[in-house]
Design a protein around this ligand. Structure first.
Ligand code: 13P
Length: 251
């Protein structure tokens, strides 16, 4: 059975000191039936790695350049992330797509490079409100998924995150039924690509997930975890989310 995955995406939040305060409050965090991941900004990866060692929680980063090294001012390579104990890498977050102009083609290179470097991509897809209202949600997420996964013939180690853009940071969560519908659609695309073996790929929901709505969302058949922004910034609420997931996985 797939372990529920709860990943906190801190975005551009927390200094070194704030990271330490958070981790001192969170640890020890004993949730053996699930997987918990923290994705701090690049600057806090080193200190987070020290604290998370042997904690049962894993470390993730929020972006990565696909090259190993070279003249790419301001970028961070997979080799540098490996060295910091990073295991997961969020790719194609809607903020990267819209603010920094990341295309499906650029994400294809990043996904491929992450897999080659044994970093587990958390590939994000999701429609805007306008796209949902136009009834093209499935078309949009299919294009994003196919674009980033193109050329991957072998069944890859991969996590997908469905994050409807209109639910990110807005307090407006997709209903469990809306989320489930999108997840089932993504699941069917993965099955078409790689058969039933692809059922091992976890599909996370992201977008205003919090301690009040997590249980209803995580109970849905095709929701295998959460990618959490705001509610991952406080140790108490992140711990509660881990505890909810732990409880569900023991049912
Ligand atoms: P919020 O949980 O703050 O809506 O953010 C979701 C998100 O973007 C996680 O990647």
């Amino acid at each position: 059975m797939k372990k529920i995955l709860i990943a906190g995406n801190w975005k551009m939040n927390k200094t070194l000191r704030e990271t330490e305060i958070f981790l001192e409050a969170l640890l020890p965090a004993d949730f053996p039936s699930i997987e918990g991941v923290i994705c701090p900004p690049f600057t806090a990866l080193g200190i987070a790695n020290k604290h998370l060692r042997n904690s049962g929680l894993s470390l993730g980063a929020q972006n990565m350049d696909p090259h190993d090294f070279g003249a790419f001012t301001g970028e961070v390579s997979p080799l540098m992330l490996q060295e910091l104990g990073v295991r997961y890498i969020i790719l194609g977050h809607s903020e990267r797509r819209t603010i920094f102009g990341e295309s499906d083609e650029c994400l294809r290179l990043k996904v491929k490079s992450a897999i080659e470097h044994r970093l587990m991509p958390i590939l994000c897809v999701g429609e805007t409100l306008e796209e949902r209202e136009r009834g093209i949600t499935e078309k949009v997420i299919q294009k994003q998924l196919a674009g980033a996964l193109q050329g991957l013939e072998v069944f890859p180690p991969l996590v997908i995150a469905y994050e409807p853009v209109w639910a990110i940071g807005t307090g407006k969560t997709a209903t469990p039924a809306e989320a489930q519908q999108a997840h089932a659609f993504l699941r069917s695309i993965l099955q078409n690509l790689w058969g039933t073996a692809s059922d091992a790929i976890r599909i996370l929901y992201g977008g205003s997930m919090n301690t009040r709505n997590a249980e209803d969302l995580l109970c849905q058949k095709d929701i295998d975890g959460g990618l959490i922004g705001g509610a991952s910034l406080k140790a108490e609420s992140f711990r509660e989310l881990l505890a909810i997931a732990q409880q569900l996985s023991q049912r």
